[in-house]
Design a protein around this ligand. Structure first.
Ligand code: NAD
Ligand code: UGA
Length: 458
């Protein structure tokens, strides 16, 4: 069969896999090829055991894979065949040299750009899918257009706004799709080509076009605003704990103002995930680069409050449990950075586990999807750590349970059974405010929510 377009995606990760699966699923007229430098990851994408857990992903992969969706390791051949190349490689925080700990590490992106330049035999549209600092497209265009005669590259910015755990729903019905382009004739032509791909399933008024720099910056700013809401409510949660106010009641009232809105106001043990921290630090670095010190300090505060919230959680545990955790067994309910994903990147649970073993506590980690990642992540932690999927067995004999992830499963457990199997006095630290605190207190637990009065029996 002859396809209308050849689409390539470089980087088969949390973004590349699901976004390309959605394009292929919605647009059988295009051939979509996803490549990665990791052959084992490509093997997993081609198997029944996908490399990531995402509700609804299996179904659309099953429908499109082998029809017009392909996962492959031959990056060179993929580049040669493609009309449009999405680049969705990782852009972590730089760990070395200038900007270490703040700036985005663009080495993977640049390697990809050079590989495209080396292999391409015809002109192509290159789409920045990864989250990148503002002005990256300019550098990319310089690299790409430094080469062969007649081969032209038009770089577009098309940042991804999906959230893990709801990726498929977000891709199928996005709040918006953003496409930034140069305002030149060829830039606008390339932009229209990409608009037409999304228009196969996204309503026209949800497809927003902008200049390329606004597009790059909007992605960083969207994440900074989301994270800022969480840090704002978390900063209020500590004040609630001191004043007997209830953070859920405060959030409800504040969120009822239609100018503010109710979402992203759940106080928690802290936000995690691969992007919020790195994207804010990237924004902070950009501000400092342009001499905007106060603006940089403002955004850096969002990250500092998040670190403080995790530390506060551990100190609350320590104080509540008579100032010593040594030899005590603490069970973590959840290790994923949020519910409905197995992803544990930047998960607050890792920080908490690390601080608990530093206090010589024994840690039992339970999670329905993230135990493999948890095993990897905690390898460097020196201490007594066990991994038990079943929450009842995990909590058995423990002095405390700490809820780290808002998995639905943890709302509905038989907490009487759990209480009866634990050491007494039994403690529960609800890092997500998802269980019925009154009910648990009545069962005998000493209950420590976030931003609400504690309930203790002594
Ligand atoms: P990821 O680490 O899951 O996937 C990136 C993939 O790129 C990896 O499989 C890696 O092997 C591959 N890769 C790296 N260099 C390569 C190269 N030279 N050639 C081929 N493959 C290469 O990362 P991710 O979570 O998918 O994030 C990718 C980008 O999307 C980041 O910039 C991130 O900020 C952004 N983003 C992520 C999310 C999310 O929810 N995870 C959401 C929106 C945007
Ligand atoms: C976030 C954004 O929501 C996406 O729009 C963006 O595309 C993505 O980052 C990215 O660039 O990677 P994600 O990190 O997958 O998505 O998940 P979120 O739902 O944003 O949750 C992030 C963290 O905040 C989680 O740890 C979550 O538990 C926490 N959170 C969220 C709270 O503590 N309170 C809330 O009210 C909401």
């Amino acid at each position: 069969m002859k396809f209308e377009k050849e689409i390539l995606c470089i980087g088969a990760g949390y973004v590349g896999g699901p976004t390309m699966a959605m394009i292929a699923y919605k647009c059988p007229q295009y051939r979509v090829n996803v490549v990665d430098i990791l052959p084992e990851k490509i093997d997993q994408w081609n198997s029944d055991d996908l490399p990531i857990y995402e509700p609804g992903l299996d179904e659309i992969i099953k429908k499109a894979r082998g029809r017009n969706l392909f996962f492959d390791t031959d990056i060179e051949a993929g580049i040669k065949a493609a009309d449009i190349i999405f680049v969705s490689v990782n852009t972590p925080t730089k760990t070395y040299g200038v900007g270490a700990g703040m700036a985005a590490d663009l080495q993977y992106w640049e390697k990809t750009a050079r590989q495209i330049l080396d292999c391409a035999e015809s002109s192509k549209i290159i789409v920045e899918k990864s989250t990148l600092p503002v002005k990256t497209a300019q550098a990319m265009e310089r690299i790409l257009n430094s080469g062969k005669n007649g081969v032209q590259f038009e770089v577009l910015s098309n940042p991804e706004f999906l959230a893990e755990g709801t990726a498929i729903a977000d891709l199928e019905d996005p709040d918006r799709v953003l496409i930034g382009s140069q305002q030149t004739e060829s830039g606008l032509r390339a932009r229209d080509t990409l608009v037409n791909i999304y228009a196969n399933w996204v309503a026209a008024d949800r497809i927003v076009t902008s200049n390329i720099w606004s597009s790059e910056l909007s992605k960083l700013v969207a994440n900074a605003f989301l994270a800022q809401r969480i840090s704002s409510i978390n900063a209020i949660s500590s004040l609630c704990e001191k004043t007997e106010a209830d953070v859920s009641e405060v959030a409800r009232v504040v969120g009822m103002d239609t100018r503010i809105g109710p979402k992203f106001l759940n106080a928690s043990v802290g936000f995690g995930g691969s992007c919020f921290k790195k994207d804010i630090l990237n924004l902070v670095y950009l501000c400092r680069h342009y001499g905007l010190e106060q603006e940089a300090d403002y955004w850096e505060g969002v990250v500092s409050i998040n670190e403080h919230q995790k530390e506060r959680f551990v100190l609350n545990m320590l104080t509540a449990m008579f100032n010593t955790l040594a030899g005590k067994k603490v069970c973590l309910f959840g290790f994923a950075f949020k519910a409905n994903t197995g992803d544990t990147r930047e998960t607050p649970a890792l920080t908490i586990a690390g601080r608990l073993v530093a206090e010589n506590a024994q840690v039992v980690i339970s999670d329905p999807k993230a135990l493999d990642n948890a095993r990897q992540d905690t390898k460097e932690l020196k201490g007594d750590i066990q991994f038990i999927e079943d929450p009842y067995s995990a909590a058995q004999g423990c002095h405390a349970v700490a809820i780290m992830t808002e998995w639905e499963l943890y709302r509905t457990l038989d907490y009487k059974k759990i209480f009866d199997s634990m050491q007494q006095p039994a403690f529960i630290f609800d890092g997500r405010n998802i269980v019925d605190h009154d009910k648990l207190f009545k069962l005998g637990f000493n209950v420590f929510p976030i931003g609400k009065p504690k309930k203790v029996h002594f």
